[in-house]
Design a protein around this ligand. Structure first.
Ligand code: CMP
Length: 164
């Protein structure tokens, strides 16, 4: 064990399916890069528009993923134990696509750059998997944004309906 995270590599592997795509040497590197991060209810873990300095794996608790839509804050997803987030800006080199907020107490692993960049450079399979998921997530976010735009135009028609 490179660093004492209080768990062995086999236990670490079970915490996130992403770790299955690495070999033991890669998993040990991830363990070496992992920092324990704990958040209280309502804490902002990453903020939309900020540079991506890390990605996270949720060990316990739930987070809300929200975007700044036309009509205000819009929730696009909730993620729980075993899920990861913050990968999009790390892989795509873009600012944070959303704000991630703790719902209740959240326990996570934080993988800072440049450690994560080094690992992803040596495991292109993992980088590709993250890039594919990032695209799916941006599509989903866009869909949610359109949904809210459509919902927005609905009430505008209502006064006319009421007059009829
Ligand atoms: P990143 O853009 O670095 O920071 C915000 C994170 O929210 C993003 O990475 C993803 O991990 C996550 N995220 C954004 N959109 C979605 C979505 N539609 N579903 C799940 N997670 C998302």
């Amino acid at each position: 064990m490179p660093r004492d995270l209080g768990i062995d590599v086999a236990t670490f592997r079970k915490e996130c399916r992403l770790f299955d795509l690495l070999d033991d040497s890669g998993r040990l590197r991830m363990m070496d890069a992992a920092e324990h991060a704990a958040y209280a209810d309502g804490a902002i873990v990453v903020r939309e528009g900020d540079p991506g300095d890390a990605m996270y794996v949720i060990r316990g608790g739930t987070v809300r993923v929200v975007i700044d839509a036309l009509e205000g804050e819009k929730e696009v997803a909730r993620l729980g134990p075993g899920s990861f987030f913050g990968e999009m800006s790390v892989v795509l080199g873009e600012p944070r696509s959303a704000t991630v907020i703790a719902v209740g107490a959240v326990d996570a692993w934080r993988f800072g750059r440049p450690s994560i960049d080094g690992i992803l450079a040596d495991y292109p399979r993992v980088r590709e998997a993250l890039a594919r998921l990032s695209l799916k997530r941006s599509e989903l976010t866009l869909e949610k944004m359109m949904e809210s735009d459509a919902a927005d135009s609905g009430p505008d028609d209502e006064p006319g309906d009421a007059d009829a």
